[in-house]
Design a protein around this ligand. Structure first.
Ligand code: SF4
Ligand code: SF4
Length: 416
């Protein structure tokens, strides 16, 4: 059934010289630019219950993850950690570096930064206020500047379609490594314009939730899979930001029709092997969204090559936003929905699953240590006390030593 077009979104082409991308948004998909937000709730939650990074808040399951990888993924992850170290270190001090030239009043800094970022290879570039409400508690003092430059680097298309696989993990890690390096280069360019630039590392030391900033900068909308659906490459985007005191002109949020399109599509929800994605949106920390169940996703992601099926089966990722929205306007249907081409995937040792088919995992698969390492240690100690009624000197000393080890390791990636 042909749909009426409510509005048309026009964006620059993917590469320099490409024609503009024109995305028709059907009448029944129109909602609000960006995400539906209750601003006061976002403020309340950020003040009373600030978000925290997975590195800090879920340190126990991060450690557990290393014990669950298959050998190939373990090797790849170790290499990735090594490659990341210098990038993280350079980003951590980047905000302290003084500009390397004086400001030239005639230069259009927004255009210059955008042009340089595109030259470097970023596929999406946008500018917005650095909204500190989305900054991790442990990074609030570290983050310095008031403007955010949102940068998305596309992950290889072909490798992404092999998800879940070692090849796709290679693409995932590799894209972040390249992105970390490019971000440092762009920061150098900003300093040459006479301003400060702080690189928020995309290499495992994130400073906060980046997607709300990308949405505010008009670079896409939040999909039901919890990922940014960007106009050029959907969720096949790896995100980073640079904050700066350069007086950049901010972009505006856009309604691409995604908020309502996801309600009808639901392919990621139906195809998630862990049943971790929910059909209905809820208000969560002031934003209306589909909330992922972390405890269902985490074990499958860890054990099966980073999973990512919710990225692979998304039609916006697979076919692009323009063709998907044009198809919706022309037919009222979701392009590719119900086909093996879009929905099929293969999971190691489980086999192939076409539309309507999901793998089965036993309960044990979903058991893993929750929270921080010290929380897990305390819980284990408490269980011992409850079971035995008392603890011996040896057990108490062992507990104290284990706790000291965790404290000594510290949380090296916080403001401390
Ligand atoms: S990564 Fe896999 S398990 Fe996690 S939400 Fe996506 S599809 Fe589900
Ligand atoms: S698969 Fe469908 S429902 Fe899920 S994020 Fe993509 S467009 Fe939205």
């Amino acid at each position: 059934m042909v749909k009426k077009v409510h509005h048309v979104v026009q964006r620059p082409g993917r590469d320099a010289g490409d024609p503009d991308v024109v995305i028709p948004v059907a009448e029944d998909l129109a909602s609000v630019p960006g995400s539906p937000v209750r601003d006061r709730d976002v403020t309340f939650y950020s003040r009373e219950y600030p978000i925290e990074s997975q590195t800090v808040e879920k340190s126990a399951d991060r450690e557990w993850g290393w014990t669950q990888y298959i050998p190939d993924v373990l090797r790849l992850s170790r290499k990735h950690e090594e490659a990341n170290k210098p990038l993280i270190e350079a980003a951590a001090v980047s905000g302290e570096i003084e500009p390397t030239a004086s400001v030239v009043a005639e230069v259009d800094v927004t255009a210059s930064i955008r042009e340089k970022a595109l030259d470097l290879g970023f596929g999406e570039v946008g500018f917005t206020t650095y909204d500190r409400r989305y900054t991790y508690a442990s990074k609030k003092k570290w983050s310095k500047y008031q403007h955010a430059i949102c940068l998305a680097l596309e992950q290889d298309y072909g490798q992404t379609q092999t998800i879940p696989s070692l090849e796709a993990e290679f693409a995932h890690f590799g894209t972040y490594e390249v992105e970390g390096e490019l971000g440092l280069q762009l920061a150098d360019h900003i300093r040459l314009l006479g301003y400060h630039a702080q690189v928020h590392s995309p290499n495992g030391d994130d400073s906060g939730a980046f997607i709300p900033l990308f949405v505010d900068a008009g670079l896409g909308q939040l999909g039901a899979n919890g990922q940014l659906l960007s106009p050029h490459f959907g969720s096949r985007a790896r995100l980073m930001i640079i904050t700066t005191d350069a007086p950049v002109v901010h972009d505006e949020a856009v309604d691409y029709g995604i908020n309502k399109f996801c309600d009808q599509c639901q392919v990621c929800v139906a195809r998630c092997p862990a049943r971790a994605l929910l059909q209905d949106k809820v208000w969560y920390r002031g934003v209306l969204k589909n909330k992922l169940i972390y405890d269902r996703c985490r074990p499958i992601m860890t054990k099966y090559e980073g999973c990512g099926i919710c990225m692979k089966v998304c039609p916006i990722q697979r076919y692009g936003m323009q063709p998907v929205m044009e198809h919706y306007v022309a037919t009222g249907d979701i392009l590719g929905k119900g086909t093996d081409n879009l929905e099929g995937y293969e999971i190691r040792e489980k086999g192939y699953f076409g539309p309507g088919e999901l793998p089965h995992f036993d309960r044990q698969t979903f058991k893993f240590p929750k929270g921080t390492k010290e929380e897990v240690l305390f819980a284990q100690f408490k269980a011992k006390v409850e079971a035995n009624g008392a603890v011996g000197d040896g057990e108490a000393v062992e507990f104290a030593n284990d706790l000291k080890h965790i404290v000594d390791e510290g949380v090296s990636r916080t403001d401390e």
